[in-house]
Design a protein. Structure first.
Length: 104
């Protein structure tokens, strides 16, 4: 492991602190990220690990580097932001009825 990265450092992807059973170092950016090292403990994965065919060794990469390099697609849901119009003083019921001011 990289001497400058330790368990408890902030994840490069989500900025949460890493834990003993959920920690890896990216081979591309040398940053810490969450990677579930045990299957019996629930943990999140902010990266991937695979066996390199060229070097026959494990390679680790965070999702930020994989996204940047085009190795994976962005799976985060797109948040729709709603814009509201300025309040004009009419009640909601009046607006629905189409009567400005809400008076009969």
């Amino acid at each position: 492991m990289n001497a400058g990265v330790a368990i408890g450092d902030r994840c490069q992807v989500c900025s949460d602190p890493t834990t003993e059973h959920c920690f890896a170092v990216c081979n591309r950016c040398a940053g810490a990220f969450h990677l579930a090292l045990r299957q019996d403990i629930p943990a999140k994965d902010c990266g991937q690990v695979w066996i390199s065919e060229e070097y026959m060794a494990l390679e680790f990469a965070c999702n930020a580097c994989l996204l940047r390099d085009g190795d994976i697609e962005d799976e985060r849901p797109v948040r729709v932001r709603r814009r509201y119009t300025k309040h004009t003083g009419a009640s909601a019921a009046a607006v629905v009825r189409g009567r400005p001011g809400g008076r009969r």
